[in-house]
Design a protein around this ligand. Structure first.
Ligand code: SF4
Length: 327
């Protein structure tokens, strides 16, 4: 009999978890820019919403700023994975900044949808969280056409110019179920409401929610590795609780796990948000193993193979530098 089966302590490890293609690309963009241009490299906002990632890049020479005005004229600035409004590009131009855009292509897709529907004079209902950087960026594409709908309750206060010409779009990292609830509520008042041409909630968000739903009911506690300002990580805790987990907690690091959470637990579910490096999950597994949770079963509901290439402007400079080095 193994130690784990004697103690009845096990971990259900969700897969997919952790880094998505957009985060991977954004982090690589900063790393490659540091290699190519040298430190410091300025990054507008947190490149991805994860404390550890930001601290690691800071140690390599990245300087995180809130706005373009904090970047010295002529310096290089990288825009985060969450996307920016068009005025941010304008400001960068005015300050002669060399801008590299690390916006996730799946966020850019939503920007394109917003621009297209605005050009066709639709009222656009953008489902998302007020104040989130992605929502600010998307809304900035067509502020006169876009209204924010922050959850199902918000649906009742919406007014539109023409109920026959209205479409909903969404932030990429929402709860799939809650979004559908919001849409259903909107549709009660606006039966002709159109849906986005393709899902705005991205594959990574839905895959991570799907697998945690599969295991949640078997878990005494679900641990989600992720930062508090990471929308998709926060949603994972909510989804786990809705799907039957007895308890759920968000932690940035293993040392934040309170032993009291594990005291009565037999099964611990473990996952991580789309901006979380795998090493942090491995540290949590080691932490759990020290407390008797040595039986780890990975529950796999999808295999993700999507990758995105680096931003064009960076690839161009990398190619030129490689050519110059050769000869
Ligand atoms: S969570 Fe989705 S939208 Fe956000 S960076 Fe990852 S793939 Fe892109």
């Amino acid at each position: 009999m193994t130690e784990a089966s004697r103690t009845g302590k096990r971990v259900l490890l969700a897969k997919p978890r952790g880094y998505c293609a957009g985060v991977d690309r954004a982090v690589q963009t900063v790393e490659e820019a540091l290699k190519l241009y040298g430190a410091p490299i300025y990054v507008r906002k947190q490149i991805v919403h994860n404390k550890h990632v930001v601290q690691t890049l800071e140690a390599q020479g990245a300087i995180f700023v809130e706005e373009n005005e904090e970047v010295p004229e002529g310096a290089t600035v990288i825009f985060s994975a969450h996307g920016v409004a068009p005025e941010v590009y304008e400001q960068a131009k005015e300050r002669s900044l060399k801008a590299i855009d690390a916006t996730c292509p799946l966020v850019t897709k939503v920007h394109h949808e917003a621009k297209r529907f605005a050009a066709e004079d639709y009222d656009i209902l953008l489902i998302g969280h007020e104040g989130h950087e992605e929502v600010i960026g998307t809304a900035g594409e067509a502020p006169e056409h876009i209204q924010l709908v922050d959850g199902p309750e918000d649906a009742d206060r919406i007014t539109v110019r023409d109920p026959n010409k209205v479409v909903w779009l969404s932030q990429t990292t929402l709860s799939v179920d809650e979004t559908m609830e919001t849409v259903a509520r909107l549709k009660k008042r606006l039966p002709m409401l159109q849906s986005p041409p393709s899902d705005d909630i991205c594959y990574a968000t839905s895959n991570r929610q799907h697998v945690i739903k599969e295991i949640a009911a078997d878990c005494d506690v679900v641990l989600v590795v992720g930062s508090r300002n990471s929308s998709n990580s926060v949603r994972l805790v909510e989804v786990a609780l809705d799907a039957g987990a007895r308890a759920g907690h968000l932690v940035d690091f293993a040392h934040e796990i309170d032993d009291a959470w594990l005291a009565e637990a037999g099964t611990v579910g473990l996952t991580s948000g789309a901006s979380v490096p795998e090493e942090l999950v491995q540290e949590v597994l080691a932490h759990l193993a020290q407390r008797g949770f040595t039986d780890v079963e990975e529950v796999v509901t999808a295999n993700e193979r999507l990758t995105f290439s680096l931003p064009q402007e960076l690839k161009r400079d990398m190619k030129a530098a490689a050519a110059a080095a050769q000869g």
